[in-house]
Design a protein around this ligand. Structure first.
Ligand SMILES: CSC[C@@H](O)[C@@H](O)C(=O)COP(=O)(O)O
Length: 354
């Protein structure tokens, strides 16, 4: 893949940026709850504001949560707040995406290890380093993903189904699953991107469609429950999704609705591929049963139509797909397929032969 061919749907402003105006440092977020209607930025000057932005999904998606956590520690340090308390608040703002705690720990470790007087700068430097690493990981995942598709579904013209939003809005680079689709689009190999609307918060129809439209991709939205008929009609060559936490055995937590897609894909003999940076793999969680799935307020479901007053709703933010339903996991270090604890571990570290 030639990097100059990559086309992305990046917003006019980045998903997250660090600013240093005269009255003190600010973490500026593109408010994803307002997309695609308007590109509005949120300026966080303290950690409670950032925690609220994380909980409301103004800033969201596993890799971006990692960056928000790291910059949040840097913000607390630069503004003179209690950094240990801030780190604890941030790390627990949402439970499932492992990257959030990872980003917080990276910046906190740099802060703790720094010379007196240099701790805030050290935390910021670490956040910036993580940001750059995430961008590089996106590019590497795109390369591996394109190569994998050529092996799994030869023909060079793909109809991909994706769920949730996994593009430039969730990453320091072009993203994970959607990053692969951008690369295919850039090289003329994307025949169709099927975009699940992704109920109830519509990350697909609001955010992925926004990125796909900006990139000029051939995309079509579908209601989540229309996916079965699409598979039955033979119109899906592969499913590409991201991940919020991948257990040591390859069990993958991702946006609720991913698991049913994996079941459909298996029944219809279609590859189901997870694309995620190695920072999303959590070796401390042995299997899917150990992954905490965030439960969101029922009002996110009942207020959509709306439902009758007093209606209760089941609203898990994620579901867990077992490794046997996953054709491959792509990280920046390569491809694990079939998905086993060993194959996964081998794509979580740089291999000396590469
Ligand atoms: C590269 S993003 C991978 C996942 O974080 C993404 O698919 C997802 O489930 C995001 O959920 P969200 O609740 O919008 O933060």
């Amino acid at each position: 893949m030639d990097d100059h061919l990559v086309q992305t749907g990046q917003a006019a402003v980045p998903a997250l940026r660090w600013e240093e105006p005269p009255d003190g440092p600010v973490l500026v977020l593109l408010d994803q709850t307002r997309l695609p209607r308007e590109e509005v930025e949120l300026a966080c000057t303290d950690v409670p504001a950032l925690v609220a932005a994380i909980r409301s999904l103004a800033v969201r998606g596993a890799p971006l949560l990692g960056l928000a956590g790291a910059y949040g520690v840097a913000l607390a340090a630069a503004r003179g707040y209690d950094v240990e308390d801030a780190a604890d608040l941030l790390a627990h703002a949402r439970p499932t995406a492992v990257n959030l705690g990872y980003g917080v720990r990276r910046a906190l470790a740099a802060y703790r290890a720094a010379e007196p007087g240099g701790a805030a700068a050290a935390a910021l430097a670490e956040a910036r380093a993580l940001h750059a690493e995430d961008a590089a990981a996106s590019a590497a995942m795109a390369r591996h993903g394109v190569q994998l598709l050529a092996e799994l579904a030869p023909g060079g013209s793909y109809r991909l189904l994706t769920h949730c939003n996994t593009g430039a809005l969730v990453s320091g680079g072009n993203g994970t699953a959607l990053g692969v689709a951008f690369a295919l689009h850039g090289s003329g190999q994307l025949r169709r991107l099927w975009v699940d609307e992704t109920r109830p918060l519509l990350q697909g129809s609001r955010l992925t469609a926004y990125e796909a439209a900006r990139a000029g991709m051939p995309y079509t939205l579908l209601a989540d429950n229309a996916a079965g008929s699409l598979f039955a009609a033979g119109k899906v060559d592969a499913v590409l999704v991201g991940a919020d936490r991948i257990a040591a055995d390859g069990s993958t937590a991702n946006k609720v609705g991913s698991y049913p897609l994996a079941v459909l894909a298996r029944y219809h003999h279609v590859p189901f591929v997870v694309v995620a940076p190695s920072t999303t793999v959590d070796p401390a969680t042995p299997d899917g049963a150990g992954i905490e799935v965030e439960q969101r307020p029922g009002s996110e479901v009942t207020d959509l139509a709306p439902s009758p007053l007093g209606a209760r709703a089941y609203n898990p933010a994620f579901d867990v797909t077992p490794p046997e339903l996953i054709t491959a996991i792509v990280t920046e270090y390569g491809v694990a397929s079939p998905v086993t604890a060993d194959s996964l571990a081998s794509v979580c570290v740089q291999q000396s032969t590469r």
